[in-house]
Design a binder for this molecule. Structure first.
Ligand code: NAD
Ligand code: ZN
Length: 361
């Protein structure tokens, strides 16, 4: 097992390794009171929820465990589902020492985390991420949110988890498309701040796509360490943390404009949209004379090598995407503020980007 520590006002560990869902002692050690709400989705729960319940009750037979399941997919990250999780906490009689356990991908983690942030002004949350994307990104760092029709993640709170337990064994059932989506966020860490990691990913492409356990654990741990380092220095995103949004302003615009991804439609999922978004950010950087063109080529090549999309889906109107980008949380005083780069491993925040240049890419 590998462990990454996130220091800061509320320190917590990220454990990474196979079999963690069955480690009832480790999980129960994070639960202070008697009330626990397990939040999961309709894909994940049938596979893994019973294991988690059994492990917890084996360690703490006195626990009162409630369960709430969301329909799988981004379209569940809504205020309505948030209200339903809150109602489940109320039905459980959850007190202030209650614990919300999020078992699932980023959708479950963001929604359950937000409910934990709000119930009685904040109860504990433990993240059990089951997608690669949630292991390397969304379960770490304490950002929680729901989407609204006008845009992604526009309603939310900072609420760090008490612990993250990433059981890498569950990646065996994750569809390849979702593995690739997670790898987009892994590549993001290399692209924004670690050229050596970027190269390592190129060298381990086959192993990562084949589900090689060691390669995946290494990629997860290195990604979490990157995120932990940045979040420690800037927990509330006053500065440097914005770099983690490389590709996201473009990506969120695509996701919102297209209609959120769902297992039953072909719309880009979050990781795929971020892949396209990173290429656009890199192309824009070259256009603005900030970065060499060959670095865009290298990024495009790496993403495409992992089977990720690198161009905007057909049929999306650039003006409409730009309008979506104007609602991004990073903008200040109505000016477009984007994460761009000087090349591989060197992202930076650029305030007041010219909209015509954005339209051009
Ligand atoms: P997701 O939660 O929708 O999971 C993807 C799909 O995989 C779902 O259908 C899910 O049911 C299924 N699944 C999950 N685990 C599985 C497993 N082990 N086996 C089989 N199927 C499984 O999506 P995601 O990609 O994990 O997360 C995307 C979300 O994360 C977006 O809403 C994004 O905004 C958010 N996000 C948040 C942060 C943050 O800092 N909070 C960071 C990055 C992304
Ligand atoms: Zn992301």
């Amino acid at each position: 097992m590998k462990t990454v520590h996130v220091n800061g006002p509320v320190p917590y560990p990220i454990h990474i390794g196979p079999g963690l869902l069955d480690d009832g002692q480790r999980l129960a050690a994070r639960v202070r009171g008697r009330h626990l709400l397990l939040v999961s989705d309709t894909n994940v729960a049938p596979r893994y929820a019973a294991r988690v319940r059994d492990a917890l009750l084996g360690a703490r037979p006195d626990l009162q465990i409630g369960q709430y399941l969301l329909p799988a997919g981004e379209s569940s990250k809504t205020i309505e589902q948030f209200a339903a999780v809150i109602a489940a906490l109320a039905d459980l009689g959850a007190s202030r020492d209650a614990c919300v356990v999020a078992l699932g991908g980023g959708v479950v983690g963001d929604l359950a985390g937000f409910a934990a942030a709000c119930w009685m002004r904040g109860v504990d949350c433990v993240q059990l991420p089951t997608t690669l994307l949630s292991m390397v990104d969304s379960s770490v760092g304490g950002k929680t949110a729901v989407d609204i029709a006008q845009g992604k993640n526009l309603v939310g709170a900072f609420h760090p988890p008490r612990a993250v337990l990433a059981d890498t064994g569950v990646l065996a059932t994750l569809p390849l498309r979702e593995v690739r989506a997670g790898l987009a966020e892994v590549i993001k860490y290399g692209a924004l701040g670690d050229a050596a990691f970027f190269d390592w990913l190129g060298e381990h492409q086959r192993a990562l796509l084949d589900g090689d356990a060691d390669a995946l654990a290494e990629a997860i741990a290195r990604s979490c360490q990157h995120k932990a380092d940045i979040v420690e220095r800037d927990p509330l995103e006053r500065g440097e943390r914005a770099l983690l949004n490389l590709g996201h302003t473009f990506g969120h615009a695509i996701e919102t404009e297209q209609g959120y991804g769902h297992p039953d439609n072909d719309n880009l999922n979050h990781g795929e949209a971020v892949a396209v978004g990173m290429v656009l950010a890199a192309e824009l950087s070259t256009r603005l004379g900030m970065a060499p063109a060959q670095d865009v080529q290298a990024l495009r090549g790496l993403l495409a090598g992992f089977g990720l999309p690198v161009t905007v889906p057909a049929g999306l109107d650039p003006q409409a995407l730009l309008a979506r980008m104007r609602l991004d949380k990073k903008n200040i005083a109505g000016r477009l503020r984007l994460v761009l780069w000087r090349g591989i491993g060197q992202a930076l925040v650029v305030p007041d980007v010219d909209e015509d240049q954005v339209l051009a890419v």
